[in-house]
Design a protein around this ligand. Structure first.
Ligand code: PGA
Length: 315
């Protein structure tokens, strides 16, 4: 039997409204974003629920909790609107111009170098809009699960989601201490002695933390008295202030500055990880996304390596 649901929904506008409400998490915020009144938005949602024949959400206090039917409709709305966006980009491509939106979500640590990659791309394709989201590893995994973006950047891509990935750059996690720290005078510091200086750790859900815990587990050591701090920059400042030592991506020093800090020579460190560009296997790449991938794997990578070398980072 052929579904006539789309005919009952009519135009795509109610689906856009539904997605805005889902992404904003509230009718008020979605109304503001869409420049519509709240009753208009509520009415469109009610019409959609009537068409589907099931409630799309419940409210708990001020929070909207989407039902299974609501989430299923959101997923379909996203697919439909994404398809039209891709069509738009394909048509632009056929007309000989590169235009459209590129959505990229990256883990916080890569935010230091990704802009250096995007800069030259945006200059070359000024008609491409870029939407750039930053979060910790767990937050970006949630975006992969929802299929929200064209590309993701991780050093530890999720293993239980059907993705494609390309290895992009080395990402050594190095031991750092304040520039005045007594350990600075030592060579080949035993890992346990380094950890006794008090390891400052990123929050649960961070990829850096995931890599450190995994590495230490394999080496059979346990960090003592770890203090949890929610950003790389805050860890650098806490290390500078002598609160402890850290293990951070060398890129946070190369691009984010290393004044007041030094890299220590610790046995079994750095932790050798890599950056990956990741996309969902099931997602059809738009012409703009394909152009970007081609750029990333060729001159983008080369340009970034050159910029990193200028900042004292060697492969
Ligand atoms: P984080 O991720 O910013 O969540 O620590 C970095 C990484 O995946 O290496």
């Amino acid at each position: 039997m052929t579904s006539r649901l789309h005919a009952h929904i009519g135009t795509l506008r109610p689906l856009e409204i539904l997605l805005a409400v889902y992404d904003c998490g509230s009718i008020t915020a979605a109304s503001q974003q869409l420049h519509l009144t709240q009753p208009t938005v509520s009415m469109q949602l009610k019409k959609l629920a009537d068409t589907v024949g099931m409630p799309l959400y419940h409210t708990m206090g001020r929070k909207l909790i989407f039902t299974d039917a609501g989430r299923a409709l959101v997923a379909t709305a996203r697919e439909v609107l994404d398809s039209f966006e891709r069509l738009d980009m394909t048509l632009a491509d056929l007309r000989g111009s590169k235009a459209g939106t590129l959505r990229i979500a990256v883990v916080t640590t890569s935010k230091y170098f990704i802009p250096h990659l995007l800069g030259p791309f945006c200059k070359r394709y000024p008609t491409v809009d870029i939407q750039f989201k930053v979060g910790n590893r767990q937050q970006i995994i949630e975006r992969v699960e929802q299929g929200l973006d064209d590309f993701y950047v991780f050093s530890h891509p999720p293993e239980d989601i059907d993705i494609e990935k390309i290895e992009f750059l080395p990402n050594p996690l190095v031991a750092i201490a304040s520039a005045r720290h007594p350990l600075g005078k030592q060579k080949k510091i035993p890992l346990r002695e380094f950890l006794q200086a008090g390891l400052l750790m990123r929050e649960e859900g961070s990829g850096t933390r995931f890599a450190i815990e995994d590495h230490l587990r394999h080496k059979g050591v346990e960090p003592r008295g770890k203090l949890t701090i929610e950003s790389n920059e805050a860890i650098k400042h806490a290390v500078m202030a002598g609160l402890g030592v850290g293990i951070l991506s060398a890129h946070t020093l190369a691009f984010g500055g290393k004044q007041g800090l030094m890299v220590l020579d610790v046995n079994q460190l750095p932790i050798e990880t890599h950056w990956y560009f990741v996309w969902l296997r099931s997602r059809r790449l738009s012409p703009v996304a394909r152009t970007f991938l081609d750029y990333v794997t060729h001159e983008g990578r080369e340009g970034l390596l050159a910029a990193l070398r200028k900042h004292g980072f060697s492969e």
